[in-house]
Design a protein around this ligand. Structure first.
Ligand code: AFD
Ligand code: MN
Ligand code: MN
Length: 435
């Protein structure tokens, strides 16, 4: 069992233990039954559980608050109002789920005066920091140049320079936090045909992004996140994986492509993009979420769990046949507009780990043989058998062995964490807005 150095008053360990005790016998029974089933296919359940225990995903600091749309935001009493409260909520997510020990910060949203102290605060919760995210899609109070013309691709040299400097500031903050990657997503683009030259805007982006890349420490990665549309509704400068690959290839070895599952056109074959980027050694990381229409931030696997499984099927293939430097940064990026964000993050982390577990169950030899034999149905059924396996007992057992909650939702609700925080924390503002 991995003990976390949880120094602060999170959810009582006794409460979690008691909650687990009531569910222990049923879990042991279900785990043993699944173990016997998997054994018949030559799979040792403990080996899958151990790989699940070794797997983790980062959570975004901005995902701990209620998100919103451009129409409205409906705050949740007790939601965090600053980075310290956000860290405490992330700690609860990891305490109960034990899959999310890293937090990704966003600047200037998470700005503090002393980043060394913030790193210590995180460590006291057993947390560390994942990629840092720059923000050049919003204007900040007192900022010299507006991003109304774009940021790294703006036609205005002074604006591009400001965006470059902000990204370099983020790298410096990240170094103090112990981060090892900078994720760059820009909102740059146009709303009207003819508004900008589609080629020159990419040239300007590349020139500015190269200045950021030049400031990247040797052991860092720069992750380029594309997005098809929004805030720009006619064209986005880094709209697709082709554009992001152009950037990653031009900037250099440390630059990779990041796939946000919600940032593609509907029905895009995302798992094939994963395979392609891995093929050229440029698969840098993921932002997990789901999408039905145009929203890019629904909870992971809430709409299309099969797609997420197929993405992990490619990732497990990639793990077995790694290219140099294969080490994708896994992160959740969602906007929790109508749920308690802690519950959504726990539910999502479990769903993502579940897709990983299912992908580990795929009989790779049988799949490859069926593919070589052009036995279409057998190949399909090999995947489907793994997808249809209920891996819940594996996930619950992995959590329990690490001190997490077998029934994370029950334990969380019993703790009344949010009600207690509603008494202690200030209220957040109303209004529309992104996360
Ligand atoms: C955007 C992107 C990107 C960005 C975030 C901000 O997904 O990750 O940092 O949302 O809220 O859509
Ligand atoms: Mn994202
Ligand atoms: Mn997004």
């Amino acid at each position: 069992m991995t003990e976390l150095p949880i120094s602060a008053d999170l959810i009582s360990a006794d409460l979690v233990a008691q909650n687990n005790e009531a569910r222990r016998a049923a879990l042991d029974d279900e785990y043993a039954a699944l173990g016997r089933k998997l054994e018949r296919s030559g799979i040792a359940i403990d080996s899958i559980k151990d790989r699940v225990k070794a797997w983790s995903v980062a959570v975004p600091s901005w995902g701990t608050g209620r998100g919103g749309t451009r129409f409205a935001k409906f705050p949740l009493p007790g939601e965090p109002t600053n980075i310290h409260e956000k860290l405490a909520d992330c700690a609860v997510v990891n305490q109960l789920g034990r899959t999310a020990p890293r937090v990704s910060l966003h600047f200037p949203w998470d700005k503090v005066n002393d980043y060394g102290a913030l790193a210590e605060e995180a460590a006291s919760y057993g947390l560390s920091f994942d990629a840092v995210n720059s923000n050049t899609f919003q204007d900040q109070p007192g900022q010299a140049q507006s991003y109304v013309t774009g940021s790294l691709s703006s036609t205005l040299e002074s604006t591009r320079q400001q965006a470059v400097e902000h990204n370099i500031d983020c790298i410096e903050i990240g170094q103090a936090l112990g981060s090892r990657a900078l994720t760059v997503w820009v909102g740059d683009g146009t709303n009207f045909p003819g508004q900008q030259d589609l080629g020159r805007s990419l040239d300007r982006y590349l020139e500015a992004a190269a200045k950021v890349y030049a400031a990247l420490p040797d052991d860092w990665r720069m992750l380029i996140e594309h997005k098809m549309f929004e805030p720009a509704f006619y064209s986005s400068v880094i709209s697709d994986w082709g554009s992001s690959l152009i950037v990653a290839q031009e900037l250099g070895e440390k630059c990779r492509c990041l796939i946000d599952l919600g940032h593609h056109a509907p029905n895009t074959n995302i798992e094939q993009i994963v395979a392609r980027l891995h093929h050229v050694g440029k698969l840098g990381g993921f932002h997990f979420n789901d999408s039905k229409y145009g929203d890019d931030d629904l909870d992971s696997a809430s709409i299309n769990p099969h797609q997420l499984f197929l993405v992990f099927n490619e990732l497990v293939e990639a793990e077995r046949n790694p290219r140099a430097g294969f080490d994708p940064a896994y992160m959740i990026d969602q906007s929790h507009n109508v749920t308690d964000p802690i519950e959504s993050l726990l539910s999502s982390a479990e769903a993502i780990a579940g897709c990983y577990a299912r992908a580990l169950l795929v009989d790779r030899e049988a799949l490859q043989q069926a593919q070589n034999d052009n036995d279409v149905m057998l190949a399909f059924r090999t995947l489907r058998t793994a997808y249809e396996t209920d891996v819940g007992p594996i996930l619950a057992q992995a959590r329990a062995e690490q001190g997490g909650a077998i029934d994370w939702l029950g334990a969380y609700r019993e703790s009344r964490w949010r009600d207690r925080k509603a008494q202690e924390r200030g209220s957040v503002g109303l209004g529309a807005g992104i996360v």
